[in-house]
Design a protein around this ligand. Structure first.
Ligand code: FAD
Ligand code: NAD
Length: 471
């Protein structure tokens, strides 16, 4: 279709939320355009998030395992060397392959891809400053805002993406730093800490709260994960706040304050990663031209059908409410187009899995013990250690536990929390069970193949009524 002109749907942002909505809209027969300024589709997730981080995590894990965990398995290797530029090349190839794949899917589904920066002129008009120069104007009967998020800066520490980095710089360091200090022990902090620690950096994670993993991780799981990561050589400073930074010297100096009892101290790092969260991104979008407000955390305000106060302008993904996760953004992208097409759509916000791709992985869905305590819900817990799971033991990869939480009275599943090998894949079973309102007994009575890691979930479900077999 020709550039510019009148569309059924104009989408601003070609990240996971925007591109999925665009493909779905194409499938449903909408005349749809998707505006993306980055020069490639897939947003944060594909370009500088989920995908490149998983490439580095996977390959750094292989490297580390070959170095430290092969001899006992009967595999003797010669000189093991790190080729960092090849590691980065492999990462770039995985990114390019996937982002090009979306371009292909756009063509296949008749989505017009407009390369440039979109901003509202009025409630139905979006002006695009084209990446190649010049501008065009799109008119949309409906418009979706899907402009995503950006790293929250740390006041007083200027990001140069070389020495003081966000995740974006941390995904592309040119050499392995001798030392890395990570500000923020959330998921980004811990995934990047794992990568660089495995490749040889001395890594210290400074976390303001008393537990790692960011908001939403079950405290018992968080403690278990921290112990395992510590064993791998990552240092943690919890209940510790970074107060200020000084980049003038050879090394970056951070002044930290221990919240509970400890003394102020100075930490030094060759590289510092700022990973204190992400914030909605609406810069240059021209929201002021259509009278749209954001809330105190910068989020575009919407109702339960993703409508802003202009009902034909909807908003999904990281730029609005809810967890900043790719699969949440994707499902909102689908749901918003269903609203447009059929008048109804659905995302179950009580049932969105989260995965931290360290080794072992941490994954969870539903409520944590601390959530349930706060709500005064009577619950029971079943836990099962991977050290009692035959497959994990056989693989000599048996750190971690599965924890199943069920309603004390009805046995309805309330949450599944896993730290262990393959947790990210295993959580799909817990998610499906939760979505379908299963009881822990339903999981326990479902036949699980032997020998598999997922038997640990079955046994944890049995443990909610004290009937685990192997522990
Ligand atoms: P984004 O992906 O941020 O996409 C928004 C797009 O809009 C961007 O490409 C931007 O260039 C474009 N844009 C913005 N303004 C304009 C404008 N005015 N005109 C045109 N285009 C514009 N989530 C997971 O679920 N799993 C993971 O493993 C995971 N790993 C991550 C690792 C890292 C290092 C980071 C930073 C994030 C990770 N996330 C992960 C989070 C995930 O990336 C986000 O939740 C997801 O990308 C949100 O999608 P989105 O479409 O809402 O926004
Ligand atoms: P986060 O909110 O998960 O964690 C930030 C951490 O920094 C928190 O634990 C917070 O207490 C701490 N912190 C804040 N200020 C601090 C200070 N001054 N000193 C010390 N600690 C401080 O954010 P993130 O890890 O930056 O990730 C951003 C978003 O990206 C999250 O929503 C996350 O879910 C998403 N993400 C997801 C994945 C995944 O799904 N695997 C991977 C990466 C990122």
């Amino acid at each position: 279709s020709e550039a510019g002109g009148e569309k059924d749907l104009v989408i601003i942002g070609g990240g996971v939320a925007g591109y999925v909505a665009a493909i779905k809209a194409g499938q449903e027969g909408f005349k749809v355009a998707c505006i993306e300024k980055r020069g490639s589709l897939g947003g944060t997730c594909l370009n500088v998030g989920c995908i490149p981080s998983k490439s580095l995590l996977n390959n750094s894990h292989l490297y580390h395992q070959i170095l430290h965990d092969s001899k006992g398995r009967g595999i003797e290797v010669g000189d093991v060397k790190l080729n960092l530029s090849q590691l980065m090349k492999a990462k770039e190839q995985s990114v390019t392959g996937l982002t090009k794949g979306i371009e292909f899917l756009f063509k296949k589904n008749g989505v017009e891809y407009v390369k440039g920066t979109g901003s509202f002129v009025d409630e139905h008009t979006v002006k695009v400053d084209l990446n190649d120069g010049g501008e065009t104007t799109l008119k949309g009967k409906n418009i979706i805002i899907a402009t995503g998020s950006e790293a929250t800066p740390f006041p007083g520490l200027e990001i140069d993406e070389k020495r003081v980095v966000t995740s974006t710089g941390a995904l592309s360091l040119e050499k392995v730093p001798e030392s890395l200090v990570v500000i923020g022990g959330g998921i980004i902090g811990l995934e990047m800490a794992s990568v660089w620690s495995r490749l040889g950096a001395k890594v210290t994670v400074v976390e303001f709260l008393g537990q790692i993993g960011g908001p939403g991780m079950d405290s018992e799981i968080s403690k278990t994960a921290q112990k395992i990561l510590k064993k791998q050589g990552i240092d943690f400073k919890l209940n510790t706040k970074v107060v200020s930074g000084d980049t003038s010297g050879d090394k970056i100096k951070l002044e930290v304050d221990a919240a509970k009892g400890g003394k102020p101290e100075t930490l030094e790092g060759e590289v510092v990663l700022v990973a204190i969260g992400r914030r909605p991104y609406t810069e240059g979008l021209g929201l002021e031209n259509i009278g749209l407000d954001v809330d105190d955390r910068g989020r575009v305000v919407i109702d339960s059908e993703y409508r802003t106060k202009h009902p034909h302008i909807r908003c999904v993904g990281d730029v609005t409410f809810g967890p900043m996760l790719a699969h949440k953004a994707e499902d909102e992208g689908l749901a918003v187009v269903e609203y447009l097409k059929k008048g109804y759509g659905h995302v179950n916000y009580g049932c969105i899995p989260a995965v931290m791709y360290t080794h072992p992985e941490v994954a969870w869905v539903g409520q944590t013990e601390q959530d349930l305590k706060a709500q005064n819900v009577a619950y029971k817990v079943g836990t099962f250690p991977f050290s009692a799971n035959s497959r994990a033991k056989t693989n000599a990869d048996a750190d971690g536990i599965v924890k199943v939480i069920a309603d004390a009275e009805t046995d309805r599943l309330l949450g599944v929390h896993i730290v262990g090998p393959g947790a990210g894949e295993m959580i799909a079973e817990g998610t499906l069970a939760l979505e379908y309102g299963a009881s822990s007994e339903d999981i326990a009575r479902t036949t699980h193949a032997h020998p598999t890691l997922s038997e640990a979930l079955k046994e944890a479900a049995m443990a909610t009524y004290n009937r685990a077999i192997h522990f």
